[in-house]
Design a protein around this ligand. Structure first.
Ligand code: KG4
Ligand code: ZN
Length: 373
């Protein structure tokens, strides 16, 4: 009996102590949790990209992209452009195997993932819906946070997928199938568009020229290859656009008129001059891009400069950009090929830095075909 009384007295004292010191106890437990996390030092984000015709999944752990898998859709080749309805159906087929492959490549399982990042927009709505729905379902079932990423922010942040990485602030010329922008990047999550296209994007100029020449879609890489055996012997008028903005629709029209006239005189003109035509068009597009980039560097005084987006995979642009950089004392940055065209690795980088900033979204998030930068 005495022992029982003693026991209750002791318990009472312990409870009083816990009550009195609870603030410090909770603090201690919280710090212990933080220390364990720091020792563990692993934040892994699974990223999903489905804004256009590529289905991609990637995993980033502590800022390092450790897997990046992409399934491309060849079904569009015969149509000369992306068919939205076909693209979303293909995403449905590809998305689970692609996520599975990314997880396996990383040597992980889903339990190791701390958050799901996804492309919210801009892009094709039907395509975006597939990726967004998959991201929301995974986050809900695993009870982990969701991170919405702007596709064009991610193209810029592709520079942080691998070394060497630019330092802030830097300028980024982002050239893709739907966008052409010069961006001033102040930080991972703070960037501003200084100039953009007022009509067609640089990638569209490549793809539409390819269509006129009877090439498959996307024509950019094909023109790049054909241009290697050609010379820039044909000249097209340069667009006159104010400030740091671009225009490519005038170039497209002058290429069309040029080809119509030449084919009327010689029906075999395209076949006989394909390499030279590709080389001439490519050098016009690259000249327009680099002229504005040089202007942006002069205006801002920034010499830390990168190029990104699908068109930055162009070998002539990469070479000319490097040469221009040497001429003007720029530090130039070009992401590896796999991070230039659409990929989830770049979404993972953007998602990781948003994770560190605590920028999460909830299950009400919807895809956006158009999305403010
Ligand atoms: O960034 P991206 O993969 O998708 C969009 O977000 O649009 O860019 C696709 C664009 C297409 O227009 C494609 O023709 C172009 O990038 N592209 C190239 C090259 N590789 C891809 N353009 C020129 N030369 C290349 N090597
Ligand atoms: Zn893109």
């Amino acid at each position: 009996m005495n022992l029982l009384v003693y026991y209750f007295k002791m318990m009472h004292k312990v409870l009083l102590l816990v009550y009195r010191w609870q603030k410090y106890l909770f603090f201690f437990i919280h710090q212990l949790y933080n220390i364990i996390n720091l020792l563990k030092n692993k934040i892994s984000v699974l990223a999903i990209e489905s804004s256009c015709d590529d289905t991609s999944a990637a995993i980033i752990t502590d800022g390092v992209v450790i897997s990046n898998r992409t399934a491309t859709q060849i079904v569009h080749q015969q149509y000369g452009g992306v068919v939205p309805e076909l693209a979303s159906r293909q995403h449905l087929i590809h998305i689970i195997p692609v996520i599975d492959a990314a997880i396996k490549d990383a040597g992980m399982d889903l339990q190791n993932i701390d958050a799901i990042a996804f492309t919210r927009g801009p892009g094709l709505l039907g395509s975006l819906i597939v990726g967004v729905s998959m991201a929301k379902s995974l986050a809900l079932s695993m009870d982990i946070p969701l991170i919405a990423v702007h596709h064009m922010h991610a193209h810029v942040l592709a520079h942080f997928a691998e070394e060497p990485k630019p330092s802030f602030p830097f300028l980024c010329l982002t050239v893709s199938g739907g966008h052409t922008q010069i961006v001033k990047v102040n930080d991972y999550t703070d960037m501003k568009v200084l100039g953009s296209t007022i009509d067609d994007a640089a990638g569209e100029a490549f793809d539409k020229t390819g269509k006129m020449l009877g090439l498959d879609y996307p024509a950019g890489p094909i023109i790049d290859k054909l241009a290697k055996a050609g010379k820039p012997v044909f000249h097209f008028p340069e667009p006159q656009v104010a400030g740091l903005n671009f225009s490519f629709s005038g170039l497209k029209t002058s290429i069309l008129y040029f080809l119509q006239k030449a084919v009327a005189e010689n029906p075999n003109f395209i076949q006989e001059n394909l390499n030279d035509i590709c080389c001439s068009v490519q050098s016009s597009i690259v000249h327009i891009l680099l002229k504005k980039l040089k202007k942006a560097s002069e205006i801002t005084g920034i010499k830390e400069i990168g190029i990104a987006g699908g068109v930055s995979a162009n070998s002539y642009l990469r070479q000319s950009f490097d040469e221009e950089g040497k001429k003007h004392g720029w530090n130039t940055y070009i992401p590896a090929f796999e991070y230039c065209t659409d990929n989830a690795g770049m979404i993972a980088v953007a998602g990781y830095y948003k994770f560190l900033n605590g920028e999460f979204c909830d299950q009400n998030v919807t895809p956006l075909a158009r999305m403010e930068f």
